[in-house]
Design a protein around this ligand. Structure first.
Ligand SMILES: *[C@@H]1O[C@H](CO)[C@@H](O)[C@H](O)[C@H]1NC(C)=O
Length: 350
C-alpha cells in the first residue's frame, strides 16, 4: 500500500512551515495513525510534472472536513474551536491557501531530493488544539512512489471479503487507519486488499479502494430498451452507492463519468456475492494505483462470528478472474487520458 513511501524520503509541513525532514519524518501510514483528521492522498505522474486530479482532491477534503466537523465535534479538540467550526460555510476557502503555502514551501525541496520516483502528497486537516486560536492545522506529507505505469503492467488484486463497513464512510478520516489494523487478522497473507460488507453478501468497498464488478445482465431486461446506445450490451458495471456507506472516492466518481461518456451501462448497487456467477470482470480503484484489475475474490463460507476469528480459522470460497477484461481495459485507458487532461501542473508551485 504505502510501503513505497519509506521514512527516509518523507517531508512534513504544517501551514506552510516545515515540521520534519528525512530521516525523522514518519511514513504516511504511521503519520495517519497518530493524527486524527480528514485527509486525502494523491500523487504526481508523468515524471512529477502533474498532480493527479488535484482540484477534485481538495474539494473532497473540504467535504470530508465539513462532514466530520458536524458528526464528530470532538475532532476539533477544543470546545471553542468546535463552536467556531460549526459556523464555517466554506471549508475549501480556509483549507486551500494553507495547503498551497505548504506546497510552495515543500515542493521545491522535495523535487530537488527526488530521483526518478513520483511524489505522494497527503493533506490532512485537523482542529487547532490551541485554545486561544481559531485556526486550522493543515498538514502536508510528501513521500515517494515508485511508478508502475498506468495501464497493463500491473498484477491483479487479490481480495477477501470481511466486515463490517466503515463508520462515517462518506468522509475520509484518519481514524479509519487504526480501525483497519484490527481487520488485518482476517487477511490471508496472499490477499492484497480487504473488501468490506455488513452482511457477507452486498460488497460495499475495499479498505483503501472502491470496488467494481462487470456483471452480466438479465438478457430479457437488456433487450427491453434497444433505443439507448449500447443498452443492448449484456452487462453493466456495478459499484455500491455512496448512500450505502462507501467513501466517495475521487477515482470512483471519475469511473462514473467515464462510463457515462463511453456509454457503458453502470448501476450504483452493491455487488452481490451470491450473484458472483454473473461477474465477468472486477476492478478496484484508488488514487495511487487508479484502476487495478481483480484476479481473485474470496469470501467466508459462513459470516457467523467472523469478528472473533483469524484468517486461518475461516473457510473461504473463491471466485477467479482471467486477467484484465476488455471493459476494465477500456475504462482504464479513458481514465489515463483524463489524468493527463486534468493533471495540475506541479511547476505552478515552484
Ligand atoms: C524526470 O525528471 C528529472 C528531473 O526533473 C530529470 O532529470 C529526468 O531526466 C526526467 N526523466 C525522464 C525519463 O524524463
Amino acid at each position: 500500500m504505502f510501503s513505497s513511501s519509506s521514512s527516509s524520503s518523507c517531508f512534513l509541513f504544517l501551514n506552510g512551515v516545515v515540521v520534519s525532514s528525512p530521516p525523522e519524518t514518519p511514513p504516511i501510514s504511521v503519520f495517519l495513525q497518530n493524527h486524527p483528521g480528514a485527509y486525502t492522498t494523491t500523487r504526481t505522474h508523468s515524471n512529477a510534472s502533474l498532480i493527479l486530479f488535484w482540484d477534485r482532491h481538495l474539494l473532497r477534503l473540504a467535504q470530508s472536513t465539513s462532514i466530520i466537523a458536524q458528526s464528530k465535534p470532538g475532532f476539533f479538540y477544543h470546545p471553542q474551536t468546535a463552536a467556531a467550526a460549526a459556523t464555517i460555510s466554506s471549508w475549501d476557502a480556509l483549507i486551500r491557501p494553507l495547503v498551497t503555502q505548504s506546497l510552495q514551501s515543500g515542493l521545491p525541496i522535495v523535487c530537488k531530493e527526488r530521483s526518478e520516483e513520483e511524489i505522494v502528497i497527503t493533506t490532512l486537516v485537523s482542529g487547532d488544539s490551541r485554545p486561544s486560536s481559531d485556526g486550522l492545522d493543515v498538514y502536508v506529507h510528501f513521500g515517494a512512489y515508485a511508478p508502475i505505469g498506468f495501464v497493463g503492467r500491473e498484477s491483479g488484486a487479490r481480495l477477501a471479503v470481511v466486515g463490517p463497513g466503515r463508520e462515517i464512510a462518506n468522509a475520509k478520516f484518519s481514524e479509519w487507519v487504526r480501525v483497519r489494523k484490527g481487520l488485518e487478522k482476517l487477511r490471508p497473507p496472499s490477499v492484497t486488499e480487504l473488501l468490506l460488507s455488513n452482511d457477507g453478501d452486498r460488497i460495499l468497498e475495499g479498505s483503501i479502494t472502491n470496488f467494481f464488478v462487470v456483471c452480466s445482465r438479465d438478457v430479457n431486461e437488456a433487450l427491453g430498451d434497444l433505443n439507448e446506445p449500447r443498452s443492448s450490451f449484456p452487462f453493466e458495471v456495478q459499484t455500491a452507492p455512496v448512500s450505502g456507506g462507501v467513501l466517495p472516492g475521487v477515482i470512483r466518481q471519475l469511473i462514473l463519468e467515464v462510463c457515462s461518456s463511453l456509454g457503458i451501462p453502470l448501476r450504483e448497487v452493491a455487488p452481490s456475492w451470491a450473484n458472483r456467477e454473473l461477474w465477468k470482470e472486477a476492478f478496484v480503484t484508488s488514487s495511487l494505483r487508479l484502476v487495478q484489475h481483480v484476479e481473485k475474490v474470496q469470501a467466508p463460507s459462513s459470516w457467523e462470528s467472523l469478528q472473533s476469528k483469524t484468517w486461518k480459522e475461516v473457510s473461504w470460497v473463491e471466485k477467479q478472474f482471467e486477467g484484465p477484461g476488455p471493459i476494465t481495459t477500456e475504462i482504464q485507458k479513458e481514465l489515463t487520458q483524463r489524468a493527463c487532461a486534468e493533471g495540475y501542473p506541479l511547476n505552478s508551485f515552484l
